[in-house]
Ligand binder design. Structure first.
Ligand code: PLP
Length: 446
């Protein structure tokens, strides 16, 4: 069983109730506008918010800041090769930088790109390259109550229909996002990955895996997929990624670093094209916008991410939080995903119609009640789409302890107790780009 000892601490303070009410009003009822020093428990994201190990901190000192060909880059190449099975790596400053580099190289106008579900930045980069992003999740992926071990899977038949409709020549790649962040962090099976790879081979296009949470996905496979009961997380990760022709990676997740990312490819010719675009947007192809010390810490983080005991503890914490919230009567997306617990705000604040943003109302109330910052992923973040009204409580890696889980459960329970008095909201200001409005829009209670 894995546990962690503290070597350095940061103190946090729960602001008084009246102060919290003032802070959230000053923030225009949008938690992205809060100062982190006013947040007691920050569950906004698991991206770049984890705690590095002592080995990673030690690695920082080995950082080689050479502009080209640094030894830190060689350490990253070795780690990507041994953990993920890819020879050719191009660093990027974070996941969306990697997406820009790979998708800008692969896609052209009028292409159509299937994905189990595009994450926001993926969707934006596919569209930015002139292509059309099409989500092909399996049935039930968007239903918080549907059962299923691999609700993150790609609907292979839906991809086939898309190919028939639009013509094989307009599909330049298939993307598989593991775990499926936009479908409540649900995992993708190895079997589904193999089928996606077979289809990509038939079409003679690359299978790209968005590998942000590849280790968490592999853990679910060991727990749920027949035939993998005795496999290690590292073995499953290697096998699952072996079906991909290219990877995009935000190292801020399963690289357990605070910043960074990379593209990895098999084809030497694609590698050359990716390097050229990386030089244009990210930096020379052996540092790609990252400091050598961060690359060095990433090389260590990737190896830690596939340690069985680490990932069991990591997913175990999410499961524990979810099970305790469910036991307290909170409506949550089932089954629990890897990096977050998703509350069903439409059920929790059932007196509020969708037009009054129950998800955002719940996010505001969690802050007002307990200084807990979650994020809305429903009608406020994704206007004009048919998504469940979810509030995500994302757990940073190796950061919080059981006393924090206690506080989160108490906060959600207290909100449930006075749910009927929670007001709805209206948007009073939004930026011109509606798809990005939840980052900066302002609201008022109605
Ligand atoms: C599945 C997925 N892809 C891509 C990204 C983008 O990564 P980054 O935030 O490092 O740019 C994220 C970030 O949350 C993600 O979850």
């Amino acid at each position: 069983m894995r546990s962690y000892l503290s070597k350095m601490v940061t103190s946090t303070q729960l602001p008084e109730r009246e102060e919290r009410a003032e802070h959230i009003a000053d923030a225009g009822y949008n938690v992205f506008n809060l100062s982190s020093s006013d947040v007691f428990i920050d569950l906004l994201t698991d991206s770049g918010t984890g705690t590095m190990s002592d080995e990673q901190w030690a690695a920082l000192f080995r950082g080689d800041e050479a502009y080209a060909g640094s030894s830190s880059f060689e350490a990253l190449e070795d780690a990507v090769k041994s953990v993920m099975g890819f020879e050719h790596v191009v660093p990027a400053h974070q996941g969306r930088g990697a997406e820009n580099v790979l998708y800008g190289t692969l896609f052209e106008s009028d292409d159509v790109v299937p994905n189990n579900t595009h994450f926001d930045t993926t969707r934006a980069h596919v569209a930015n390259a002139g292509a059309e992003p099409v989500d092909c999740p399996v049935d039930g992926a968007m239903d918080p109550d549907a059962s299923g071990d691999f609700k993150g899977n790609l609907d292979i038949d839906a991809v086939r229909s898309l190919v028939e409709d639009r013509g094989a020549a307009s599909v330049p790649a298939i993307i598989l996002t593991i775990t499926n962040n936009s479908a409540a962090g649900q995992p993708v099976s190895v079997e589904n990955t193999r089928k996606a790879s077979d289809l990509a081979d038939e079409l003679d296009v690359p299978l790209v895996i968005d590998a942000c949470r590849f280790a968490e996905n592999a853990y679910f496979v060991t727990q749920r997929e027949p035939g993998y009961e005795d496999a290690t997380v590292a073995e499953v990760a290697r096998e699952q990624l072996s079906y991909a022709d290219a990877l995009v990676m935000s190292a801020k997740k399963d690289g357990i670093t605070n910043i960074g990312g990379f593209v990895a490819v098999r084809d030497p010719e694609l590698f050359e094209r990716v390097k050229q675009r990386a030089i244009l947007y990210e930096g020379f192809s052996t540092y790609g916008g990252m400091a050598g010390r961060d690359i060095e810490a990433l090389a260590v983080g990737l190896q830690e991410a596939v340690e069985d005991e680490y990932v069991a503890q990591r997913i175990g914490q999410t499961q524990e939080l979810g099970e305790r919230l469910a036991a307290a009567g909170a409506p949550i997306y089932q089954p629990l995903g890897g990096h977050a617990v998703y509350l069903d705000a439409e059920a929790l604040l059932s007196h509020l119609p969708l037009a009054k943003y129950p998800g955002q109302a719940l996010v505001v109330e969690l802050y007002r009640e307990g200084g807990v910052r979650g994020v809305e992923l429903g009608s406020f973040a994704f206007p004009d789409t048919d998504r469940p009204e979810l509030v995500r409580l994302a757990l940073p890696r190796r950061r919080y302890h059981r006393e924090h889980l206690d506080h989160i459960v108490e906060t959600v329970t207290a909100v449930m107790e006075h749910a009927e008095s929670v007001p709805g909201y209206e948007v009073v200001w939004e930026p011109p780009r509606k798809e990005l409005r939840h980052f900066s829009a302002e609201l008022e209670p109605v």
